[in-house]
Design a protein around this ligand. Structure first.
Ligand SMILES: [Zn+2]
Length: 314
């Protein structure tokens, strides 16, 4: 691959080029100019570009065009990228702090890094993607698939489990860039994780040792509702209702938004029930509710860790 040189662009254009910001504005520390598609001149050192990119190395080994900047007298090479992208990739390659990559510039930066085979740009782009995984998992998944970052694709898919699949599929502006296979992988991942979460509930509500306080009646005090047999084993009514809601929640999305949300619901379901009048129930509630959530959280996490995401790396 070679740098696309646009002959019309390198010739004298109607508008004089502007000079890029420091450190790319000093002809003393430059031996070539990269002129961007929007007519901004970056004064750079060929040696740095050659070290960062085999594509630039090849380009500079070929005879250059004869466009010379009249002021700095440096040879000019036109590139097809705009100044924002060129500034970003140069800062990654130069000994200056790496720029922050927001989602808008991230894709363009990764594309340019791929085009010029700049491993430092790809690495920084891949690292920046990690920040997007929590904030915008579908967007992150789409970028990870486009650039074949398997680990980030899995992390993004995992993070997307907090959202219903219908909400994810509605984000077509991100999914449009993906192959049908990549979209289908995400859907299948959701389905498998949902099943894991549902079976985790079944597993955790089974009679435990020591027994859950909601699964037997306490003889010491009145006010304790007698448990009845249910899909969740012997359970007081408030727990059956709560567990049904939890199951319903997992049908909608495979991961608890925050375990706290469901924990609070469980505490209030219990307190609103007359069961709370029983001292044994009251005394056991905090311990058992914590124990229940620790077990549920661990079972779900371990289950989800075993779910694989089909990922085509080529
Ligand atoms: Zn009780």
């Amino acid at each position: 691959m070679s740098v696309t040189v646009d002959p019309d662009h390198t010739s004298k254009s109607a508008v004089a080029p502007t000079v890029a910001e420091a450190p790319f504005n000093n002809p003393k520390y430059a031996d070539i100019i990269l002129r961007t598609s929007n007519n901004v001149d970056f004064m750079v050192l060929k040696s740095i570009l050659c070290q960062a990119s085999p594509v630039f190395e090849t380009t500079f080994s070929l005879p250059q065009g004869d466009t010379i900047d009249s002021e700095s007298l440096l040879p000019v090479v036109a590139v097809t990228e705009d100044d924002k992208v060129i500034d970003t990739i140069l800062r990654i390659c130069y000994p200056v702090p790496n720029p922050q990559l927001d989602p808008i510039i991230l894709t363009a930066t990764l594309e340019t890094g791929r085009k010029y085979e700049m491993s430092a740009v790809t690495q920084h782009g891949s690292d920046s993607l990690k920040a997007l995984v929590d904030e915008e998992p579908v967007h992150a998944y789409s970028i990870a698939c486009m650039f074949r970052f398997k680990d980030q694709a899995l992390a993004a898919a995992k993070s997307s489990l907090r959202f219903p699949i219908v909400e994810i599929l509605a984000q077509s502006h991100h999914l449009d860039h993906l192959t049908g296979q990549a979209v289908s992988s995400l859907v299948m991942y959701h389905v498998k994780c949902r099943d894991v979460s549902l079976s985790a509930v079944q597993q955790v509500v089974k009679p435990a040792s020591p027994a859950w306080f909601w699964s037997y009646q306490h003889i010491s005090r009145g006010g304790c509702t007698a448990p009845v047999n249910s899909a969740y084993g012997p359970a007081q009514k408030w727990f059956m209702d709560y567990a049904a809601g939890l199951t319903q929640g997992f049908h909608e999305r495979p991961l608890l938004t925050g375990p706290l949300e469901f924990k609070e619901r469980m505490v209030s379901a219990f307190l609103m029930d007359s069961t709370a009048a029983c001292m044994t129930c009251l005394m056991s509630a905090i311990t058992d509710i914590n124990r229940f959530f620790t077990a549920l959280h661990r079972t779900i996490q371990e289950g989800h860790d075993n779910v694989t995401l089909e990922f085509k790396s080529t």
